[in-house]
Design a protein around this ligand. Structure first.
Ligand code: ARG
Length: 263
């Protein structure tokens, strides 16, 4: 009896090894992620309260909590990779990361290169000035009278470039572009620029921390923040969309927004 069960075990193991060797390569990105047990996520951790590093160098914030919960529900681990915001779309295209979560707004231009999940958050845009500054803005276009800082390759960069510079309202040299969002706030404090245009969430955070002052908040875009993924990966998109919808329905997303002081 003992020998028999040993033989059975050996046979079963053999069958298992054979089937593993014969296993087909994953048919698509979703299968690849699931069989690796890990999703590689690109971000730009310079954007509290969405993605930033705490004192222990852990990636924290609204987006980080959200993507970890999504990973949990997919049954995979999440590995975060920090890079410059304007290299994130290329990182998805080149397969360096599986997805990107970086408070990234869906745009037509980006849609030519990557796909987006359903939006998980919407926000307005804010102009920041140094704390105590006398600058007031009645409309966004009045920003053309000042030196403006934006993060390179963002929708904010695009808005200033198209609506103020290309429209002939301000000289190109008065727009300063920063690879990391936090660098623009340092230059604002140092008086090298007069205004920073950024998303309303981070702007509020800077104001709360006493690092800068919100002078105008406006809706400049209709689309929301979403997860970017490789173009044409329908199964992965469907999985992300389904989980995001569930998290919205469960109130998880709202609760997270509240926790991070977002509207
Ligand atoms: N929402 C803007 C965009 O999509 C800015 C995002 C910047 N994100 C960041 N993690 N620095 O272009």
């Amino acid at each position: 009896m003992k020998t028999l069960s040993r033989i059975v075990i050996v046979l079963l193991l053999g069958a298992l090894i054979l089937s593993a060797c014969g296993a087909k390569a994953p048919a698509n990105k979703l299968e690849a992620i699931k069989s690796a047990g890990k999703m590689v996520v690109g971000t730009s951790a310079d954007y509290a309260p969405f993605e930033y590093k705490d004192e222990q160098d852990n990636f924290v914030g609204f987006d980080m909590d959200l993507i970890r919960e999504i990973g949990k529900r997919m049954g995979v681990e999440v590995e975060i990779q920090d890079m410059a915001f304007d290299s994130l779309v290329a990182a998805v295209e080149q397969g360096k990361v599986d997805v990107v979560i970086a408070s990234m707004t869906e745009t037509e231009e980006r849609l030519e290169k990557v796909d987006f999940s359903t939006a998980y958050h919407y926000q307005k845009s804010s102009f920041l000035a140094a704390t105590g500054s006398a600058i007031t803005l009645a409309v966004p276009e009045e920003a053309a009278n000042y030196k403006i800082g934006v993060q390179t390759g963002t929708t904010l960069d695009e808005w200033v470039t198209e609506n103020l510079v290309d429209a002939g309202k301000m000289p190109a040299e008065n727009v300063l572009r920063y690879e990391r969002a936090d660098q623009s706030i340092l230059d604002l404090q140092a008086g090298r620029i007069d205004l920073v245009l950024t998303d309303a969430g981070p702007a509020k955070e800077y104001q709360t921390n006493g690092q800068a002052m919100v002078v105008l908040t406006e809706k400049l875009f209709d689309t929301g923040e979403a997860i970017a993924l490789t173009k044409g990966e329908a199964d992965l998109k469907a999985e992300l969309d389904k989980i995001i919808q569930t998290l919205v329905d469960e109130g998880f997303v709202d609760q997270l927004a509240q926790q991070y002081g977002l509207e």
